[in-house]
Design a protein around this ligand. Structure first.
Ligand code: ADP
Length: 295
């Protein structure tokens, strides 16, 4: 007899009468059915309570984790701004008497500070995305502009790479949250600078098909190993043996941002080697009249 709860079957009840016992009379049979029914419901209740406690425990620890991450990231921002300010002052020859050594230290300080800043940005955006408090500020933007701004901001990390962008001939407007999209594209370009040998090329390609606006960030580095491909967009996942310094959050943030825009991101292998991240954003009708918000 199936042990049925209110919404699922939780087991099977086997009743085996003794060999010589007579068939159960109606009254006993109905009593047995009633016991089996109640048994099913109470086993299901027991399982549900256990599951509920476990879910609540996970939710509590996740929330605590998030709150801690959030407050630590906020607290780190202020001293970091001061450190970066001081580092930039050290690059001023009048202050340092033109010492080459000091300038070198200042450049290293700046680079490490910038890197820490990006980790903090990733942590903060992750916690905003997870908490669901983040609402998109969608406005029309020209993707050519966004790419120029991102590449300008990443001037230093891109110093050792050749960057090639195919700018679209005509202005094509896309409705995006500018800050978040900038963050997503920056994460992909930065990864390409960090995980490929110096001197190699990073290509950014824009194109359109009937339904989507497509942005590809492609490099000719080692690519993503086959057994990491399915996990690469997971939170905190890093390919084993990756250089230290990352958090494994970058790609999961990119994915969340693109999905918030109702888009899709995928990874394609590059022949003979390399990684190509492909962002697809659904096309919308272009605005007819130039709006104030277009930038
Ligand atoms: P992080 O860079 O902080 O480790 P990400 O989520 O951005 O986190 O990336 C996850 C992992 O994916 C990285 O640790 C790296 O091993 C791998 N990866 C990302 N981009 C590339 C790339 N362009 N080429 C090779 N490996 C990459």
């Amino acid at each position: 007899m199936p042990l049925k709860g209110t919404s699922e079957t939780v087991g099977v009840f086997v009743f085996q009468p003794l060999k010589k016992a007579r068939k159960l009379d109606l009254e006993k049979e109905s009593l047995l059915f009633s016991i089996v029914r109640q048994l099913g419901v109470s086993i299901e209740k027991h399982f549900l309570t256990k599951r509920l406690i476990e879910t609540q425990r996970l939710k509590d620890s996740e929330e605590l984790h998030q709150t801690l991450l959030n407050s630590i990231s906020h607290e780190m921002r202020t001293p970091l701004t001061a450190i970066l300010g001081a580092a930039s002052a050290l690059e001023n020859d009048e202050l340092t008497g033109g010492s080459k050594h000091v300038k070198e230290i200042a450049i290293n300080l700046q680079a490490s500070g910038d890197r820490l800043n990006r980790v903090i940005e990733n942590l903060l955006d992750m916690s905003r995305l997870n908490s669901g408090v983040l609402s998109l500020k969608l406005e029309w933007h020209d993707f050519n502009d966004l790419l120029s701004v991102v590449v300008k901001k990443l001037e230093k990390p891109l110093l050792n790479h050749k960057i090639k962008i195919n700018f679209l001939d005509s202005v094509h407007l896309v409705r995006i949250d500018y800050r978040l999209m900038e963050h997503a594209v920056s994460n992909l370009i930065l990864n390409a600078t960090m995980y490929t040998p110096p001197g190699t090329e990073i290509k950014i390609n824009q194109k359109r098909n009937d339904t989507h606006f497509i942005i590809e960030v492609e490099d000719s580095g080692p690519g993503i190993p086959l057994d990491s491909v399915t996990k690469i967009f997971d939170k905190f996942y890093r390919v084993p043996g990756s250089p230290t310094g990352g958090t494994g959050l970058g790609l999961s943030i990119v994915k969340s941002i693109i999905e918030l825009h109702k888009g899709h991101i995928s990874l394609q292998p590059v022949v003979p080697h390399g990684a190509r991240f492909v962002i697809e954003l659904p096309l919308e009708d272009q605005p007819l009249v130039p709006q104030e918000k277009i930038s």
